[in-house]
Design a protein. Structure first.
Lengths: 424, 80
């Protein structure tokens, strides 16, 4: 996105702005300053971004949003702190807070940075002559910040890979799925606020618009078999961006903060979900490498990420390049035939990051189709049993239950019914 | 004939001048009109002198008064 000229950033179109509700206010009602033809005098006490104080300037008309937004992730940036805190110790937090202020806090977003101007970390500037936009313009607001990964995937800017079907076919913009209530948050205090993007309920959720993909909803055996074990993106996304080793520092030459990432590349890799929850019960998810590095913040102090291995560097991802047909969903055997290149196996992880990724690495491939089809069916009298009880009988031989074969050693207890279907 | 015309003219001038003085004797009207004009003038002046809008709707004036932005090449490398 080309930066705006200085004059362009502050040019007001009063023909349109004055017709809007916000245009009925006088400029100084929100921006303070002084009525004077002299620029310097007029700008005395100027508040360039009134919505950085939403309780003072926005709450009278937008009380609901103003109450929750201070606890929303776009405001708190808790997602960053969630990862930084987990990988560090409290005594290193002052140095990390300095780092955060220089390199990360510019991503904090005010009301105005979505609804009236471009975000300041891409240079700022009014969208449309100071007219407030209820729906932020996608490329000048959303993907101006979320561009290198989400934006490129969604809009089809990764060479050789089509954009998301929701954009290509339906021209849907971000807020079609990420509604205002999601972006403005719902918590009214810090204790109940989300700590990262995958905390709390899954929202947006694909099945809200595609309800037939739920178990029992359609004839697609993939949906019926995998609905709650694979996230939708495992089958319906394609290659997406991963990055390695981001390092940050302040320039000796200009005094400005800068970063350097060592590599950016496209991959599609299925890993294990390190933290299945009731809302996201998936056992397998696509995983993306984040540019965290044990030495990312060395400019601010030695070994500031002393608990680096506390979190994976290959993380749960929700790529924004959904397709109906993908290389991996073209045949069952692609996953159920040991096609190793689809999975995050330990040989794809840097040796120094292996320990951090033990919870996501795939060490056993899905069972082959032949084995699944030849698996003995569960007797009908097992219909009242829940699957996680299987091993209680099938490892001890109670009531002459057949013992679990040796080749099942790596199987998870709760996946027995995936192969051993109940007799009808 | 001429004297007849002259006397008619004199009478007409007298009558017209008498009509012209009539409204001046109704005092409330000019006061009300004067007050109305004054209010309108004040509103107009206020609108014209919103210095913020005067400048921020004038592209050329913004160009002329803009502080040159320091265009420093980013030292960051790679994808952010």
């Amino acid at each position: 996105m080309a930066p705006l000229e200085p004059w362009e950033k502050v040019l007001v179109n009063n023909e349109t702005f004055s017709q809007t509700t916000h245009g009925k206010q006088t400029c100084t009602d929100c921006h303070s300053g002084v009525q004077s033809p002299e620029k310097d005098v007029a700008h005395e006490g100027l508040i360039a971004s009134p919505s950085s104080m939403p309780e003072q300037y926005c709450s009278e008309c937008h009380a609901e949003q103003t109450e929750t937004y201070p606890f929303a992730l776009h405001s708190t940036q808790e997602g960053y702190w969630n990862a930084i805190n987990a990988r560090s110790t409290p005594e290193d937090h002052p140095a990390l807070e300095e780092m955060f202020g220089n390199h990360c806090s510019s991503c904090h977003t005010t009301c105005g940075e979505c609804h009236v101007s471009q975000p300041k970390n891409v240079g700022g500037g009014l969208f449309t002559g100071h007219v407030f936009e209820k729906t932020p313009p996608m490329t000048r607001s959303c993907t101006a910040c979320h561009g290198s990964r989400v934006g490129n995937e969604f809009l089809g800017k990764n060479e050789g890979f089509p954009g998301d079907v929701h954009f290509r076919e339906a021209r849907m913009n971000c807020v079609k799925c990420h509604e205002g209530s999601d972006l403005h948050g719902s918590a009214t205090d810090a204790a109940s606020a989300d700590s990262h993007r995958y905390a709390g309920t899954e929202d947006p959720k694909c099945v809200d618009c595609h309800p037939t993909t739920l178990p029992g909803g359609d004839e697609n055996p993939m949906h019926q078999s995998h609905g709650d074990t694979l996230s939708c993106q495992v089958c319906h996304s394609i290659s997406y961006t991963s990055c390695d080793s981001c390092h940050v520092a302040v320039s000796e030459k200009s005094g400005k903060p800068f970063f350097e990432t060592q590599a950016t590349y496209l991959t599609f890799l299925i890993g294990r979900n390190p933290n299945p929850t009731e809302d996201r019960p998936y056992l397998y998810v696509p995983v993306r490498h984040v540019p965290a590095d044990p030495n990312s913040y060395d400019y601010y102090g030695e070994n500031l990420l002393s608990n680096f291995n506390a979190l994976p560097t290959w993380v749960y991802a929700t790529p924004h390049n959904i397709q109906k047909n993908t290389p991996q969903n073209s045949a069952c055997e692609n996953c159920h035939g040991g096609k190793a290149d689809l999975f995050l196996t330990s040989d794809k992880i840097k040796p120094e990051e292996l320990e951090a990724n033990l919870s996501v690495v795939v060490d056993a491939f899905p069972t082959s189709i032949e084995l699944i089809l030849s698996a003995p069916q569960m007797p009908t009298d097992h219909s009242t049993l829940t699957s996680d009880l299987c091993v209680s009988c099938h490892t001890s031989g109670i009531k002459n239950a057949p013992l679990t074969p040796a080749n099942h050693a790596t199987y998870k207890e709760d996946t027995c019914s995936g192969c051993h279907k109940l007799k009808k | 004939m001429i004297s007849k015309l002259l006397s008619t003219l004199v009478v007409a001038v007298f009558v017209l001048s008498a009509c012209g003085t009539q409204p001046a004797t109704t005092t409330p009207v000019p006061i009300a009109t004067e007050a109305l004009i004054e209010t309108e003038t004040v509103v107009e002046i206020q609108a014209e002198t919103d210095e913020c809008l005067t400048c921020h709707t004038d592209k050329q004036r913004l160009i002329d008064t803009a502080q040159p932005e320091e265009v420093a090449e980013s030292e960051s490398k790679g994808v952010g």
